[in-house]
Write a protein of this length. Structure first.
Length: 330
């Protein structure tokens, strides 16, 4: 109804979904949960994959549709944890910082709130690149306070987050809830060179006798991130897969980048990763919001993502990420 209005005849709807990718997504999620779900006390999951223009290629809303028809990929709002940090870092870069900028990784006290790093160790002065790759909480909070929570929220909404976000210090650690679909679309500008990419599934609607009722036009949301900042963010998030929290990600031949996320008490585990051809997000957790057994974004979600992406990109010639390679000015 939203696309063509009320109609009382048979329709032929063409979608952006890819049968091969959908099957690969379902298999990767269900088989990995069957294998390791009990070990990590993870009962559910969701996977979203879209091309950099916003076309949804695969969407899995849960472990078993016959058991539960609730679509977690679209409707479940969960804390993204550190998977939200790219919006903090992008805001800082747009304010004049660079990946080589140094900030202090040390204990911090924000009106009685003392956020700690996952490992509870501190590295002292560290570049933003390494701080993001290692997902250091104290640096993210410092940056969030430096640019202001409202500026971080404005960046997240500009890139595609639609949920309401709370302007507090903890926003830097992803405490406001989002859906897997909107988080995936908000990463798409990093994969497409900085253009807005609203997610869509329907590409064409025709009547049974061939009359065209709707045709999606290839219109992007325009430039929302300048190329130099895309290059910086891609350089930083590649490091997450090379030396950071997503070292388990395996995608031979492709230039890939992304960010892990783990919410408080291990209730949510995320990985959002991308190449120049595909953006994919994996969420794992429990419907009752109960804690998992230390399932972090760098463990099971990365394994599901890697397995899916390897299959989904088979036969696609690897292309580098857009924006070129950022290098510090001498």
């Amino acid at each position: 109804n939203d696309t063509v209005g009320a109609i009382d005849e048979d329709l032929v709807v063409t979608t952006s979904l890819n049968g091969k990718m959908q099957a690969a997504a379902e298999k990767a999620l269900t088989e990995e949960l069957d294998k390791k779900g009990v070990k990590f006390n993870v009962g559910q999951g969701a996977l979203v994959a879209m091309d950099p223009g916003g076309g949804v290629r695969a969407l899995v809303g849960g472990r078993n549709y016959s058991d539960s028809q609730f679509n977690r990929a679209v409707a479940a709002k969960r804390q993204p944890g550190s998977a939200f940090k790219p919006f903090v870092y992008l805001t800082a870069l747009e304010r004049g910082l660079t990946p080589e900028t140094v900030r202090d990784d040390a204990p911090i006290n924000v009106r009685g709130w003392r956020p700690e790093n996952y490992s509870r160790e501190y590295f002292g002065p560290i570049t933003l690149t390494n701080a993001l790759a290692l997902s250091l909480n104290t640096v993210a909070v410092r940056l969030g306070l430096e640019v202001g929570p409202k500026a971080v929220i404005a960046t997240a909404h500009r890139l595609g987050i639609q949920s309401e976000l709370q302007p507090n210090a903890s926003i830097a650690l992803g405490t406001s809830e989002v859906t897997p679909l909107e988080l995936t679309s908000a990463y798409a500008p990093f994969a497409n060179g900085g253009l807005g990419a609203a997610p869509f599934v329907i590409t064409r609607v025709r009547t049974a006798d061939g009359k065209l009722l709707y045709q999606r036009r290839g219109v992007s949301g325009g430039r929302i991130v300048e190329p130099q900042y895309v290059a910086m963010m891609n350089a930083m998030m590649q490091e997450t897969l090379l030396t950071g929290t997503a070292r388990k990600a395996e995608l031979s031949g492709w230039q890939a980048a992304g960010k892990t996320g783990t919410s408080q008490d291990f209730r949510d585990a995320w990985f959002v990763g991308y190449t120049s051809a595909l953006v994919g997000a994996v969420w794992l957790g429990n419907d009752d919001n109960s804690p998992t057994k230390h399932a972090s974004g760098g463990s099971l979600p990365v394994e599901v993502w890697s397995r899916f992406m390897r299959e989904a990109l088979k036969g696609t010639p690897p292309q580098p990420l857009p924006g070129g390679v950022w290098r510090p000015v001498a």
